[in-house]
Write a protein that binds this ligand. Structure first.
Ligand code: CA
Length: 711
């Protein structure tokens, strides 16, 4: 691995040097008009909408607009902003249709805004039951709506698909796409497939079986459903395909749900009538629990091509056979026509969590190339003959010491990429987050069907070390950067400076620009050819979602939905602790010479009053830490370092301590998403957690006293 890293670093340095030369060449060839734009001072932009989730049918997220370009992007300023009504994660790609911007905030709420002024035209709140928060892995986020035939269609966190009248937001039809008694959630954007709309779901961390369903856009009537993993053979398989898939499984996987949820990426090629779905991880992650005799476990972590009209299986490619690390293949897929070996090939490209960049022929599923775009400790390469990864000897050693890269968060997650046909590059928001997996240490975690987060690993393997400079250490260890990837050469042409994970989704434009938000509250524009940062603005919060661009009356706008949260703030909350990223959920819209200003950031100083003393014994505190990591850390953060989305328990008021059992076991705070854990935590364990919280609270108080911060 070290050798490969070194070679890689050398290659990167060379790439950076070459990048400036490449940039010059590019300006002289593909981007001459952009250069000429300088003298004509921003010609009017042709009116242009953003009607599909990924802009074009290939979901390239590349706009032909070039009024804003690498020569004048420094003049970009705020045109208007709109404050969303909630303060949770924002991951939505807005749509812009006929002068209206349709954007979703948390809890699947839909806002229709005048795309020129930001004036609210209508608002839709699906009134999602807040207790569903405990049925999802990664916050009540939503990645956007679909638009077709005058309807705006949204998937809700509690598993409904709702079609709204685009003109006024009135409900046209509504269907429940999941079993509300199971741990299904929807965070992904629906996709339009001719006269149908397709939606998947999430919940593979909580024991469900994945599928996608197509509904008629006109009526909401179900057209077809495709399951991604086989169910219980006793119930009879839905198809011969499921019977064949079951041969790649062992044990009693159905008891665990199996997983394979399609919670984000889907892309439809209308010419081929093929819908490509990105299938998620196994449920639970640990294959030894789910399928003890091994096996590929189809169709986990696969790209599956389905016939759009019927939902019939056409082909699949599995990126991670025998998945066990949460290496979903749900990440953004891009369709493009690339010249490979002198032939124009219709390809599909993906950079899934597992760290390899895949180029496949999308008509047949043939693997054309696959190379690592990040450090991959689990596999050294992909054998092009068999299409299978070559795993390392320690890949499946889960002793709590063996460091794995990428982590379950992935080398790339849901943040959309973009493909710029002019530079020929795919821009990938990447992450470097090491993790250690630990086999489960108690019986309860080896039992299926519990309906709460159980991934078949012990979270203690991932507990943060008790060292005082932990935040500074994490800053060095957990990183992210934007990679400009050449899909033909399968190598990076340039990369951004290293920052915090993860950078946001990406937009590229014919103005030789790449736009991306960062975890450091910045929205930036890069020179698409060279990676030079040409513009940057403070958005006061993390910009995780991908920006879009559109033009009305000859004026080009850049729009971004911002707001911190999602998986980055809950599961990986530790990573952002101390980074002071507030959540200010907003829609921000920019144009050249925009003069609007954001209000000042509200003060966020928290005062830690002297906590009650620790009264528990050492063994109780130790038990409390174990129980905390198992049950609480997914939302409240490793070692209580939350991303600010959920309360930092160290700041719990005395009143919280007074009714601790009622909250933790009784679920009195269910209406705000804190469900009761009565089934999993007994009274003594709940008290042990409280003692651990008190220990950490007192520790923090003493640190703040010492630093003179406490009042
Ligand atoms: Ca997952």
């Amino acid at each position: 691995m070290t050798d490969r890293c070194n070679r890689r670093q050398q290659r990167m340095r060379l790439c950076t040097m070459l990048a400036s030369l490449f940039g010059l060449l590019l300006l002289l060839t593909t981007n001459q008009t952009a250069v000429a734009d300088e003298s004509t001072a921003s010609p009017p932009a042709p009116d242009s909408e953003w009607r599909l989730h990924g802009l074009d049918v290939g979901e390239q997220r590349h706009s032909k607009l070039r009024q804003i370009n690498s020569d004048n992007v420094r003049k970009l300023g705020l045109a208007w902003y709109f404050d969303l009504y909630t303060r949770r994660g924002v991951e939505a790609t807005p749509l812009m249709v006929d002068g209206t911007l349709y954007v979703t905030g948390s809890w699947s709420m839909v806002y229709a805004l005048d795309a020129r002024t930001g004036e609210l035209r209508w608002f839709y709140n699906p009134e999602v039951d807040r207790a569903f928060l405990a049925k999802g892995c990664c916050d009540a986020v939503n990645r956007g709506v679909a638009y077709a035939d005058g309807k705006v269609i949204v998937g809700t966190y509690d598993g409904r698909l709702v079609a709204l009248q685009a003109s006024d937001g009135k409900v046209v039809w509504e269907v429940q796409t999941t079993d509300r008694n199971q741990s299904y959630t929807i965070t992904g954007a629906p996709r339009i497939v001719a006269d149908k709309v397709v939606i998947g779901n999430g919940g593979a961390e909580l024991g469900v079986r994945g599928y996608v369903t197509a509904y008629a856009i006109a009526t909401g009537k179900q057209a077809w459903r495709f399951y991604t993993v086989p169910g219980n053979p006793k119930d009879g398989f839905e198809s011969d395909l499921m019977k064949t898939a079951a041969e790649t499984w062992s044990g009693q996987w159905w008891e665990w749900g199996g997983g394979g949820t399609v919670w984000d990426s889907m892309v439809y090629d209308p010419q081929l009538d093929l819908l490509y779905i990105g299938v998620g991880n196994g449920s639970p992650w640990n294959q030894k629990m789910r399928s003890p005799e091994g096996g590929d476990n189809l169709f986990l972590t696969s790209i599956v091509a389905l016939r759009g009209k019927t939902g019939e299986y056409v082909w699949h490619y599995q990126t991670t056979p025998g998945e066990t690390w949460d290496f979903t293949a749900t990440q953004h897929m891009i369709l493009a026509d690339l010249e490979i070996g002198g032939q124009l090939r219709k390809v599909i490209m993906q950079a899934p969590k597992n760290g390899f960049f895949y180029v496949l022929d999308r008509t047949s599923g043939e693997l054309l190339s696959a190379e690592p775009f990040a450090v991959t400790t689990w596999a050294t390469a992909v054998d092009l003959k068999t299409g299978r990864p070559i795993e390392t000897p320690n890949a499946r050693v889960f002793d709590g010491k063996n460091v794995s890269l990428p982590s379950n968060a992935g080398a790339h997650n849901w943040q959309p990429m973009s493909y710029h046909p002019g530079t020929g590059l795919v821009y990938i928001p990447t992450m470097h987050i090491p993790i250690t997996f630990l086999e489960p240490t108690r019986d309860l975690d080896r039992k299926p069907g519990q309906g709460y987060w159980n991934v078949g690993f012990d979270r203690m393997g991932n507990a943060l070390p008790d060292v005082p400079n932990i935040n500074a250490l994490m800053d060095q260890v957990y990183t992210g950067k934007l990679l400009a990837w050449d899909p033909l050469q399968q190598e990076a042409k340039w990369e951004s400076e290293t920052g915090r994970p993860s950078g946001g989704g990406v937009l590229s434009t014919a103005g030789n620009l790449v736009f991306q938000g960062s975890a450091e509250t910045e929205l930036r524009a890069f020179n698409a050819a060279t990676g030079e940062v040409l513009w940057s603005t403070d958005v006061q919060t993390a910009a995780m979602a991908a920006p879009i661009t559109y033009a009305i009356d000859g004026v080009q706008y850049l729009a971004a939905a911002v707001g911190f949260g999602g998986g980055a703030a809950s599961e990986a909350g530790a990573i952002v602790h101390g980074w002071n990223v507030p959540n200010l959920s907003r829609v921000l819209v920019y144009k050249l010479d925009g003069k609007a200003k954001l209000p000042p950031v509200p003060p966020r100083e928290r005062v830690l009053k002297k906590p009650p003393p620790v009264t528990g014994r050492e063994d109780a505190i130790a038990l409390g830490k174990v129980m905390y990591q198992r049950h609480c850390s997914y939302c409240h953060g490793d070692g209580m370092r939350t991303g600010g989305l959920t309360p930092d328990l160290r700041y719990s008021a005395t009143a919280v301590h007074d009714i601790w059992q009622e909250i933790v076991r009784g679920g009195v705070l269910s209406p705000v998403g804190m469900v009761g854990f009565e089934r999993f935590i007994d009274e003594g364990e709940a008290e042990a957690i409280r003692q651990y919280v008190l220990l950490e609270a007192n520790r923090l108080y003493e640190q703040q006293q010492a630093a003179g911060q406490a009042r």
